[in-house]
Design a protein around this ligand. Structure first.
Ligand SMILES: C[S@@+](CC[C@H](N)C(=O)[O-])C[C@H]1O[C@@H](n2cnc3c(N)ncnc32)[C@H](O)[C@@H]1O
Length: 303
C-alpha cells in the first residue's frame, strides 16, 4: 500500500513537473526517503544527485538554483524510488570509495565499509614491506588491491569462493592498479585451492574481513544490510566459523615472521579470535579499533 502510493506519486510529479531546481528536488527527495524510514536520507540523496548530475557533493549546494535536465530528473527519481524500497545506495550508483579509490560494486557483493580501512592502517603501520600477501574473502578486492597500492613490490593473492565476485575484483584491480603484475585472483574455499593455482608458498601477511555475523545477530540486521549477500555476512551459529578455518591451517600458510590481521564484529569476538589462535600456539596479539572507537580487529603474530 505504502509502496504503491510511492510509485503513483513519483509518476505523477514526473509527468506534471516541467522543471525543477536542484534544491527543490533535493529537499523533496530527502523528505521522501525520510518518510519511508531510510536511515540516512540526506547522505543517500547527496550520493544519488552527485552521481546522476555528475557533480561533487559540494556542488549540489553551490549550484542549488540550477535547473535539473529532464533526463537526469527521471534517473534521479527512479534511483530515489529504489532507495525508498531499502535497496542500498551503492548498488544503485554502482560504486563505493575505499582508501581513496573508486571500487565498482554490484548486487551480490558486500558493500565495503569505512571501518575496514582500519585493517589497512594496521598493515601499513605494523608490516615491514611484506613480500607475499593473502587476502581471504576479497569481495570487491578492496583489501588486497589497496595493499598492493601501498606495498608496491608485494605479490598479492586475492581469494574468494565465488567466480562472479572474483571477476568483479579483477576489473577493480585492472582499473585501480592498471595491470595485474604480481596480483593473482584465486577461487578457493579459504585455503583450499590456493597452492594448486599459484604453487607452494607461505605468506608474510594473511588478512581477512571474513563473514563473521552470528545466527542471532543476523536475524536482527536492518533490512538494507540483509539486501547484501548472505554468504558474505553469515559466519555460522557463533559467527566464528571462518576464524576457525583460517586458524586451522595457519602454520602451513603463514611464514615464520608473518602476521595475521582479521576484522571482527566486537570486543567479545576479538577475545574469541585470540583464544582460537592461542590454541594454535600464537602468543602476541594487538586488538585495534576503527575510527568510531569500536573494536574492529586483531593482529596476530608470534615473534
Ligand atoms: C565480509 S565479505 C568481505 C569482502 C571484502 N573483503 C570487504 O572487506 O569488503 C566476505 C567475503 O568472503 C567470501 N567468502 C565466503 N565464504 C568463503 C570461503 N569459504 N572461502 C573464501 N571466501 C569466502 C564472500 O564471497 C565475501 O566476498
Amino acid at each position: 500500500m505504502c509502496c504503491n502510493f510511492g510509485i503513483e506519486y513519483l509518476n505523477l510529479i514526473q509527468n506534471t513537473i516541467v522543471s525543477m531546481k536542484v534544491h527543490e528536488l533535493f529537499r523533496f527527495c530527502v523528505e521522501f526517503l525520510r518518510s519511508r524510514g531510510v536511515e540516512t536520507p540526506k547522505t543517500d540523496t547527496e550520493l544519488i544527485f552527485s552521481h546522476f548530475l555528475k557533480i561533487s557533493r559540494v556542488e549540489i549546494y553551490t549550484g542549488r538554483d540550477s535547473e535539473i535536465p529532464r533526463r537526469e530528473y527521471k534517473k534521479i527519481m527512479k534511483a530515489i524510488f529504489r532507495r525508498s524500497q531499502q535497496e542500498p545506495t551503492e548498488y544503485i550508483i554502482g560504486y563505493k570509495y575505499f582508501w581513496g579509490n573508486k571500487f565498482e560494486i554490484r548486487k551480490g557483493v558486500l558493500i565495503p565499509r569505512f571501518d575496514t580501512e582500519s585493517l589497512i592502517y594496521q598493515a601499513k603501520k605494523l608490516c615491514n614491506r611484506p613480500k607475499y600477501i593473502l587476502d581471504i574473502g576479497t569481495g570487491a578486492g578492496i583489501i588486497g588491491i589497496t595493499l598492493k597500492t601501498i606495498f608496491k613490490d608485494s605479490y598479492v593473492v586475492l581469494v574468494d569462493i565465488s567466480d562472479d565476485i572474483l571477476n568483479l575484483a579483477e576489473r577493480n584491480a585492472k582499473n585501480i592498479l592498471g595491470e595485474l603484475r604480481d596480483v593473482e585472483l584465486v577461487k578457493a574455499d579459504v585455503y583450499e585451492g590456493i597452492w594448486e593455482k599459484i604453487g607452494w608458498g607461505k605468506f608474510d601477511l594473511i588478512i581477512s574481513n571474513p563473514p563473521y555475523i552470528s545466527r542471532d545477530d543476523f536475524l536482527n540486521l536492518p533490512s538494507s544490510v540483509k539486501a547484501e549477500p548472505h554468504e558474505a555476512l553469515y559466519g555460522g551459529v557463533s559467527g566464528n566459523n571462518f576464524f576457525l578455518k583460517i586458524a586451522d591451517k595457519i602454520d602451513k600458510f603463514l611464514s615464520r615472521k608473518g602476521k595475521v590481521i582479521l576484522e571482527v564484529g566486537d570486543e567479545l569476538q576479538a577475545e574469541k579470535v585470540k583464544q582460537i589462535f592461542r590454541w594454535k600456539g600464537f602468543r602476541n596479539f594487538i586488538t585495534f579499533r576503527d575510527m568510531n572507537g569500536k573494536v574492529r580487529g586483531v593482529v596476530i603474530f608470534n615473534f
